[in-house]
Design a protein around this ligand. Structure first.
Ligand SMILES: [Zn+2]
Length: 69
């Protein structure tokens, strides 16, 4: 789950983990994912890093964090 503030209407909304995983896949190779605002329907840029972090800290994450350290 990630709280997002819309670039266009400045309202806040949240994306579920399932949605984040889809956005992250679409953002592959890019720095930003385009997340549609449910209020105005316009896409907002969300950094792929932020999405990765949100999924990592999610207790319901399907993919456990990789132990790279
Ligand atoms: Zn909006």
């Amino acid at each position: 789950m990630l709280a997002i503030t819309c670039d266009k209407c400045r309202r806040r909304y949240t994306a579920t983990d399932e949605e984040l995983q889809v956005y992250l896949r679409e953002a592959e190779g890019k720095k930003f994912a385009l997340v549609l605002c449910p209020h105005c329907g316009k896409p907002s840029k969300v950094a792929a890093d932020r999405i990765t972090q949100a999924l990592r800290f999610s207790p319901s994450a399907a993919n456990p964090p990789e132990a790279t350290e």
